[in-house]
Design a protein around this ligand. Sequence first.
Ligand SMILES: Cc1cc2nc3c(=O)[nH]c(=O)nc-3n(C[C@H](O)[C@H](O)[C@H](O)COP(=O)(O)O)c2cc1C
Length: 363
Amino acid sequence: MSELFSTLSMREVEVPNRLAVSPMCQYSCEPDGLPTEWHRVHLGSRAVGGAGIVMTEATAVEPRGRITPADLGIWSDEHAAALEPITEFVREQGGVPAIQLAHAGHKASKTRPWEGNVPIHPEENDDGWEVLSPSPSGYPPFPGDDPSIRKATHDDIADVVEAYRAAAERSLAAGFEIAEVHAAHGYLLHEFLSPATNHREDEYGGSFENRTRFVREVVTAVREVWPDDKPVFVRISGTDWLADRPSWDIEQSVRLASDLKELGVDLVDVSSGGLHPDQNPPGGPNFQVPLAEQIREETGIAVGAVGGITEPEQAEAIVQNGRADLVLVGREFLRDPYFGLRAADELADEPESWPIQYRRAVQ
Ligand SMILES: Cc1cc2nc3c(=O)[nH]c(=O)nc-3n(C[C@H](O)[C@H](O)[C@H](O)COP(=O)(O)O)c2cc1C
């Protein structure tokens, strides 16, 4: 019996298997943040390809929160309406549509990776904008990175919390069934969590309670508008991989996960790093799984494991061994949109899990 291909029930949502498409930026919008045919085909193919959850890329809750001008957004009703056909299609394929709600903070206003991922300075180029940061002076930028920075005021923080709330409401209208708050990878919420980037002296900096205040406010706002019968996920970086200095680590992640559980979060999606150029991650297959496993063990909250998972048997073992409840797969789903079908074929041998249109290939 495959555990990977067993149902994951969260609140009233039944995910048909424990395999999710990890959120992956496509940098394929016009500067309006609206999805294009690319998104429809990209996300649609992975739904056809057997993923239990198909999650959008980081979707900006306000224009300032985009990494690049080509990022997806959900800051207006027009965005929600444009995303609806995608969620409908994912559901028609038996998958659960999920959205990652994001704010890029200090790592915003960049060119796309294939254009160098360099800052776009608003003084020089109308495509750029002023970026938000917990503490501009303390943030060690990535090489060549000196964007126009604004230290987030209390009003800015309150605006972002409300932008998350409104984005969650619109995501619901668009037909998403899972909302994931992006608090990882050195983006705005993670920048507040980590003492390596948060040097504030107000109630959003200093102690663990202060540094986690912003993410708790965002999650509370999202949970308030997200229905009780639908799950909320939070993606965190389990550690900054900066053992030589005050930074975010697994002990704090465990403590945060426990707070998030109290706030009604259903699953913590455990990634790592992305905050600082000096990070020193071990890499390799399953390298982040121990972080997820520890959070699961010590808090009892459901967790998602991600990173270096490329083989059906490997994903199966993670779930079988109780290390995680969900496996998120990124690059392998780019290499093979039908990874889910391939895994089902190998592990579950159920031709009927293939789309009817394709079944002659496996009967
Ligand atoms: C092209 C690309 C875009 C990504 N964009 C996002 C993103 O929008 N949000 C996010 O949380 N992680 C993002 N990631 C990280 C992936 O979700 C995933 O955590 C990472 O690639 C490790 O998993 P993998 O080894 O299965 O690829 C991205 C990764 C890739 C390769």
